[in-house]
Write a protein that binds this ligand. Structure first.
Ligand SMILES: [Zn+2]
Length: 205
């Protein structure tokens, strides 16, 4: 499996290339701002980009979709709540394949109502704007909900084992990626809190 993390744009976003080495089928994750950069790198890796995966509908994650589709003919996969163009809508628990790679969908709203994480080959998870290295996504935006964020972080992502590599949607931490276990130990938003304590914590500037 190929996983490449590529810094894109001026908002510290990460776009990703996910590729199956056996079939040479590839996907772009959140190809905003500089889709050409991701596609050029995918070409170097000899991947045929058939899919675009979007973690959620904020512009800094989807605004390169149109260009990427034009350049590759790829189909767009996003959550069924997505308000932007998609070819395949998915929901919590759904599985799909990128070549021989298994992708499992986790519905994780709280930052954005259509937010999903992609748990790939039971090895890596792409957490979008739910969980960053040392931080979590904002819950003060339109469509945000700190109670849903609590559920996503402490009930949904809690099933992901400690040794799983975590790739976030932005470069906001001390490192560009982490593991779920390291975040559970060190990320201050994942400290044990009741739901009410978490909501108060998120609502305190
Ligand atoms: Zn966002």
């Amino acid at each position: 499996m190929i996983v490449e993390q590529i810094p894109i744009g001026k908002m510290a976003n990460f776009g990703y290339i996910l590729g199956c080495e056996e079939t040479k089928v590839g996907a772009l994750i959140d190809p905003a701002f500089e889709p050409e950069k991701l596609i050029l790198r995918a070409k170097e890796l000899e991947l045929d980009i058939e899919w675009i995966l979007n973690t959620h509908g904020h512009f800094d994650h989807i605004e390169g979709n149109d260009v990427a589709v034009k350049m590759t003919g790829a189909k767009i996969i996003a959550h069924r709540n997505a308000m932007f163009y998609t070819d395949l809508k998915v929901d919590h628990g759904d599985n799909f394949k990128i070549g021989n790679i298994d992708v499992n969908v986790l519905f994780t709203p709280g930052h954005c109502p259509d937010e999903i994480c992609f748990f790939v080959n039971k090895q890596v998870i792409f957490t979008g704007d739910v969980l960053f290295v040392g931080e979590c996504g904002r819950t003060d935006l339109p469509g945000s909900n700190p109670r849903e964020m609590y559920h996503s972080l402490f009930k949904v992502l809690s099933v992901i084992p400690d040794d799983i590599d975590m790739f976030p949607g932005h470069d906001y931490g001390n490192s560009s990626m982490s593991t779920m276990g390291f975040e559970r130990m060190n990320n201050y938003v994942l400290k044990q809190r009741t739901e009410d304590e978490f909501v108060e914590f998120m609502n305190t500037p």
